[in-house]
Design a protein around this ligand. Structure first.
Ligand code: HEM
Length: 292
């Protein structure tokens, strides 16, 4: 089963996430509508789309209800789990806007918009604090190996984690440049800080086993919206257990050191979604919902 093509493309200059809630009594039309979305957006040249569903909507999927909300001694990842997540990215803003308009137009009988975040690259790829992020773009092979389920009933699918973070630019800005770099564990331009403390973000991120493009493929983007700046963090993984481990490592669960970054960024929502393989869309009538 082939994975969705959008997974192989990191977010471009303009990126967006739409989170949609299923209308009451609309369950039977869901597959038809997301298949129409997948077909239309997938055919648009220069647009990359990843479409995920709440795992419980795909009966072939294991029930994973324990990932969010998640709490550590100093921070909490809340859940704003919904039913459908669409991530779109494009080289041009016009195409991004067109795609988000089409998402709403095609799905309005069945889905209601819960959240929409628009953003995109800052310079060559920096987060809202001005640090280089996404230093090495994943290869197709890394995405296939780390983000796509290789066998079994979910073969070709990908687990998506969406987290929206607010970043406190004022608070982070009060730190001296060197102290900022010790929070991240890298210089603003991406060099490793050799003596960074154990609480530095890259050390905490690596504590779960994840490294650059290992176990999870990061596909988030910075945004500014309604006066709020932050990161729409999206990741794709072949195994949702890595998310549990990653979030626990950042939170400092079980006596670990919490991530210093969480003093300056606040998770305000998120959810776990499953991106079915390409063939799932249109494959069978809506009544046959299993992935295989
Ligand atoms: C507002 C939230 C976040 C910000 C601003 C942020 C920022 C950064 C920055 C600047 C880097 C270094 C550059 C790079 O390696 O690409 C980095 C690396 C990384 N981050 Fe985050 N991050 C955030 C959330 C997360 C979350 C929630 C996870 C995991 C669930 C995560 C996992 C990683 C990983 C695995 C690395 C690579 C570490 C390495 O091997 O060097 N990040 N992040």
């Amino acid at each position: 089963m082939l994975p969705q093509e959008g997974l192989f493309h990191s977010p471009g200059a303009f990126s967006g996430v739409a989170v949609l809630r299923l209308n009451p009594q609309a369950h039977r039309q869901l597959r038809e509508v997301v298949s129409a979305l997948h077909a239309e957006l997938g055919a648009a040249e220069g647009l990359y789309t990843v479409l995920g569903l709440q795992p419980a909507l795909l009966p072939g999927a294991p029930a994973i209800s324990t990932l969010l909300p998640r709490e550590g001694p100093t921070a909490r990842f809340p859940s704003t789990q919904s039913h459908v997540l669409v991530q779109v990215s494009a080289g041009e803003r016009e195409l991004l806007l067109w795609s988000l308009r089409r998402v709403l137009a095609l799905s309005k009988a069945v889905l209601t918009l819960q959240e929409e975040v628009l953003g995109g690259l800052i310079r060559e790829g920096r987060d809202a604090f001005g640090f280089r992020d996404g230093l090495s773009a994943p290869t197709r092979e890394q995405v296939q190996r780390n983000a796509v389920v290789s066998s079994g009933p979910l073969a070709g699918a990908s687990w998506l984690l969406y987290l929206r973070f607010q970043q406190d630019l004022e608070r982070f800005g009060r730190l001296k440049p060197q102290a900022q770099e010790r929070v991240v564990g890298r210089t603003r331009d991406g060099e490793r800080v050799v003596d960074a403390p154990a609480e530095a973000h890259i050390h905490r991120a690596r504590a779960s086993g994840a490294g650059e493009n290992q176990f999870l493929i990061r596909r988030g983007f910075p945004f500014r919206q309604g006066g709020e700046e932050g990161m729409a963090f999206v990741a794709a993984s072949a195994d949702p257990d890595y998310y549990q481990r990653s979030l626990d490592a950042l939170l400092g669960v079980g006596g670990q050191t919490p991530d210093a970054l969480l003093r300056y960024v606040t998770p305000v929502g998120g959810g776990l979604y499953l991106a079915p393989p390409r063939d799932w869309f249109h494959a069978t009538p809506p009544s046959q919902e299993a992935l295989s």
